[in-house]
Ligand binder design. Structure first.
Ligand code: ADP
Ligand code: MG
Length: 535
């Protein structure tokens, strides 16, 4: 790697500017590299030793940590240094750390990476950086091997959806901010991985990318992109964006077609046997099984480690902003806008301009077509970043060319939508459980949509209920759901925003196919929160 990368090697976190490789002795309590053995590709575990070389001796699992210093509120680097690196070192993992310098930097690094040197690639940012890593792995000539590289996510961004799902899978109570990071770090140190479904998304121009999270159109993508200007709020930006988005609600005409999960494809793939959806054509999925949350909220202090607890924020930095919680808004928000402009949403000095009062704005009619971009924010309107298109990766055998008719076993819905959301894991953000029944490798893309005709109060109720994943129990007639293996989305409204994994993409028709268990996610063991560390 180039020397100009801000790199740090080994377990010693200070000073980070002087790389040195530390041979971290395997910690017997963690089982050394065995903790990653379930996810290690055979090339790492097997060798054909003709002579004994140091490389053949057991070595600690080696992680490549990629840190986006601008992720979330810009705290990624501090959180990494103060919390993550000490835990990883204590767990007997060795690491190299690189701070990303620009968009697509991580993607390029991963594309040129010598895979055999690493046991995992872990991003410290939001979902966007992992998106780059997975697409980098899949855009290599050796993508079939490369995509098996275990990837992990340590949530330091403003959008931490996958981390929310990992946190739940690990058996923790829902968490945000540093708590979520500590939980996920602990799970990462426990070791263990899980196959991860990846959705291949083809855009109107023919370019293709791989999504581990979501494709969104309408309300969800509007909130995601328009709340970019509130980045300083961290995850609370979505709460504020939701309230503002509700105030200026739009509907979008479009067509959603999908291949229901239960229908056998015309040419079944021999590679994977696909799980069947239980209720693919019903409008509401079965209630989620009760979550296995531990009674105690686990924090780093549960580790039997003498970890220093440095200040989260350096003296010169602003205090962390309070996290605006939809929970904290209380039931008075539901069906009543009276309180929405008050305490929970007081304007913050970090915002470019105070938000307009939702109370006033909610009087505007629900309009058809896309929202106006905020002109007063001083920021240029968002343009799709250039997510370099994948030339490699698995073929999409379920999809005819975009624009060609779909096979007869597909279902098509046409109408006016408030939102269409295609989600792969359970979580849309760290605190929104959009598809509570989703699993990392259920082979399904979970299609959720809200048709026009819903009131603002009902839409707000949906999002409030989504915090607990109970929105499908509300009996909202405009809310629809289908488990699918592929889908096509054709906007019939000329302007709007489409996002893939929270990143803006070109607007127009798109289609996508799920590739079950194509990737490997470092999740830690399931439901292990509250258990004693393995000995
Ligand atoms: P957040 O949740 O805070 O948005 P993401 O991980 O989604 O965090 O990152 C946001 C965007 O920043 C992504 O598109 C990512 O590619 C990009 N990015 C990564 N590293 C850098 C960097 N050093 N400078 C600017 N942008 C970066
Ligand atoms: Mg993001």
């Amino acid at each position: 790697m180039n020397s100009h990368h801000h790199e740090c090697t080994g377990a010693n976190t200070s000073p980070l500017r002087h790389p040195r490789r530390l041979e971290v002795a395997s910690n017997p309590a963690c089982g050394g590299s065995e903790i990653f053995s379930r996810v290690l590709p055979p090339r790492v575990l097997q060798g054909s030793p003709s002579k004994i070389t140091p490389e053949l001796l057991p070595r600690p699992p080696r992680l490549l940590l990629l840190v986006n210093p601008f992720g979330g509120r810009g705290l990624a680097w501090q959180w990494c240094k103060n919390h993550v690196l000490p835990m990883i070192s204590e767990a007997g993992l060795s690491f190299n750390l690189i701070q990303t310098e620009r968009q697509n930097h991580a993607r390029e690094l991963v594309q040129g990476l010598s895979l055999s040197e690493w046991d995992g690639i872990v991003t410290l940012s939001g979902d966007g950086l992992l998106f780059e890593v997975l697409n980098g792995l899949l855009d290599r000539p050796d993508w079939e091997e490369a995509v098996k590289m275990p990837v992990g996510i340590l949530p330091c961004g403003s959008g931490n959806a996958l981390a929310g799902a990992v946190n739940q899978h690990g058996g923790f109570e829902p968490a945000l901010g540093l708590d979520l990071l500590l939980n996920c770090s602990l799970l990462l140190c426990r070791g263990g991985g899980h196959p991860l479904d990846l959705l291949s998304v083809t855009l109107a121009s023919g370019s293709r990318c791989f999504s581990f999270l979501s494709v969104a159109w309408g309300f969800v993508s509007d909130v995601d992109i328009q709340s970019e200007r509130f980045r300083a709020l961290g995850s609370a930006r979505f709460t504020l964006g939701t309230v503002l988005g509700l105030a200026t609600l739009h509907t979008y005409r479009g067509r959603l077609s999908y291949l229901p999960a239960s229908v056998e494809p015309a040419s079944p793939t021999p590679a994977h046997s696909l799980p069947r959806a239980k209720s693919e054509l019903t409008l509401t999925p079965e209630p989620a099984p009760p979550m296995a949350h531990s009674p105690l909220h686990r924090s780093v202090s549960d580790l039997p480690l003498p970890l220093p607890q440095p200040a989260l924020v350096s003296p010169g930095s602003p205090e962390p902003l309070p996290v605006l919680s939809l929970n904290g808004g209380g039931p008075e928000l539901v069906g009543d806008w009276g309180g929405a402009g008050d305490a929970p949403l007081s304007p913050d000095p970090l915002l470019p301009s105070p938000p307009s009062s939702p109370k006033v704005a909610s009087l505007s009619p629900i309009t058809e077509g896309p929202p106006e971009m905020p002109a007063s924010s001083g920021l240029p309107p968002p343009t799709p970043g250039a997510p370099a298109t994948s030339t490699w990766g698995p073929p999409d055998h379920l999809l005819p060319p975009l624009g060609s008719p779909l096979p007869p076993d597909w279902v098509t819905l046409e109408g006016d939508f408030v939102l269409i959301l295609a989600i792969s894991p359970s979580h849309l953000s760290a605190d929104l459980v959009a598809a509570p029944h989703a699993r990392f490798d259920d082979g399904l893309v979970h299609l959720c949509w809200v048709q026009s005709g819903i009131s603002r109060a009902a839409l707000l109720r949906l999002f409030l209920a989504m915090e607990r994943g109970s929105h499908f129990s509300l009996g909202c007639p405009q809310l629809g759901y289908a488990g699918a293996r592929a889908f096509r989305l054709e906007p019939l409204t000329p302007r709007g925003l489409l996002t893939v994994d929270g990143e803006l993409v070109e607007y127009g028709p798109l289609q996508a196919q799920m590739h079950p268990g194509l990737g490997t996610l470092l999740t830690g063991p399931p439901g292990c929160a509250g258990q004693e560390p393995r000995t």
